[in-house]
Design a protein around this ligand. Structure first.
Ligand code: ZN
Length: 109
């Protein structure tokens, strides 16, 4: 898990949009609850700029489930989006997952 509840509470609120000097970023940050699939909110987390990508690590709360879902992406200059799983970084298949909406928003940012 990227954020424990304690880490979540200590993390700063994250802006819903971001753009690096080289123009990589996201807007209208959103996420879905890993349990019920409804939108999460009260996002907290961090943005880190790397030479060729922007990394965003954040988490949101689903109030009905009382559950934190965390998200970890790297958005690259060439439009690729990768997500971090326990054993490494993976390209997001934007056609078959809920990431599609989020990713489209990122690409248009
Ligand atoms: Zn939920």
């Amino acid at each position: 898990m990227i954020f424990t509840p304690e880490q979540y509470v200590k993390a700063p609120p994250i802006d819903s949009s971001y753009k690096s000097e080289s123009g990589i970023g996201f807007e209208d940050l959103s996420g879905e609850c890993k349990r019920c699939g409804k939108p999460t909110n009260n996002f907290r987390g961090f943005v880190t700029e790397h030479p060729n990508c922007v990394e965003v690590r954040f988490a949101g709360v689903c109030h009905p489930c009382k559950l934190i879902t965390s998200y970890h992406f790297r958005i690259y200059e060439d439009g690729r989006i990768m997500t971090n799983k326990d054993d490494g970084w993976y390209n997001i298949d934007t056609k078959s997952t809920w990431y599609s909406r989020f990713v489209n928003k990122i690409k248009n940012a």
